[in-house]
Design a protein around this ligand. Sequence first.
Ligand SMILES: Nc1nc2c(ncn2[C@@H]2O[C@H](COP(=O)(O)OP(=O)(O)OP(=O)(O)O)[C@@H](O)[C@H]2O)c(=O)[nH]1
Ligand SMILES: [Mg+2]
Length: 343
Amino acid sequence: MNHNLMDLNTPSGLTEALLAGNRRALARVISHIENNTELARPLLAALYPLAGKAHIIGVTGSPGTGKSTLVNVLAGVYRQRDLTVGIIAIDPTSPFSGGALLGDRVRMRDLAGDPGVFIRSMATRGSLGGLAQATADAIMVLDAAGFDRIIIETVGVGQSEVEIASAAYTTVVVEAPGLGDEVQAIKAGVLEIADIFAVNKADREGVDRTVMALKMMLSLGVPERFQVMHHGRMLPVEIPQPQPESEGWTPPIIKTIATTGEGAEELADAIEHHRLYLEQSGGRVLRDRLRAATELRMILRDYLLEQLLDRTPHDVLQKTIDAVARREVDPYTAVQRLVHANH
Ligand SMILES: Nc1nc2c(ncn2[C@@H]2O[C@H](COP(=O)(O)OP(=O)(O)OP(=O)(O)O)[C@@H](O)[C@H]2O)c(=O)[nH]1
Ligand SMILES: [Mg+2]
């Protein structure tokens, strides 16, 4: 069927075109979801059952460590191995989103002309939860579209990145020498989520010191990944507990020079090892369940809040706010009354 004849304005037409490999349809589907248009839900419902095959890789690290350059060469290695690659960049200064020097953008063109590669940048606007959910949805769409490997680039600076990284099966933390005190450069919270370390800019002085610092920190023991994922979240009761034997993975440390591509093969190999490890240890199923639980909770919370606000008369809500502000009622009691009221 000629892709141009497909109706890209209906969910079924868009889905059909996307599955046929139409890139314009793919970009449009992600836009619908990002902007939460009325087509977003039917599209998500149609595509969700088709996803679940891709290996999702998170690449995170401090600004300027060479993440985008490394993602670029990693994607090149995958292409040589005949695997298709979807890339989502969540960092506003990324060359993928056009914020960097011209030289970087020129290099990206090798990938941009390749039909086996799809690059998308996500805006950091909106709430953090919103971005995490929009990213998870975009990953799902690329997965359903049949990409073999999906790489997400985030700048590792906070909880939101940790949350976004939790969508990945394999998280690569990128470090680079010369960021001052080596140990300081390794951000708290980022160490815990690392499945693999890439010490990039290995052509620079101090690379061995960075490797040593990482080895030392790893030997001190890293809190379990799943503790980080649970942190601060009230997950539903029936959650699979991580089996100690399934956590027998020691993050390898790979030296890379992203600008020349050196070490990129080793990095791709390490990612594939981790992929197989997760499959054999049951870790992949575990991560899928954790993600499903988190996602359900997030969507449920939004949905219930929306429903309550819909059926609560405006003046009742205003009076409740006033009453709480004047301390005539405590907010917990006020919530109980709102939830159980019959308007
Ligand atoms: N010497 C050297 N320079 C590198 C290497 N990798 C990347 N660079 C350079 O480092 C700079 C930053 O690279 P990016 O790939 O944009 O880094 P990034 O981590 O994506 O940066 P942000 O997205 O802004 O956080 C660029 O000028 C790259 O050319 C490397 O292995 N060695
Ligand atoms: Mg970047």
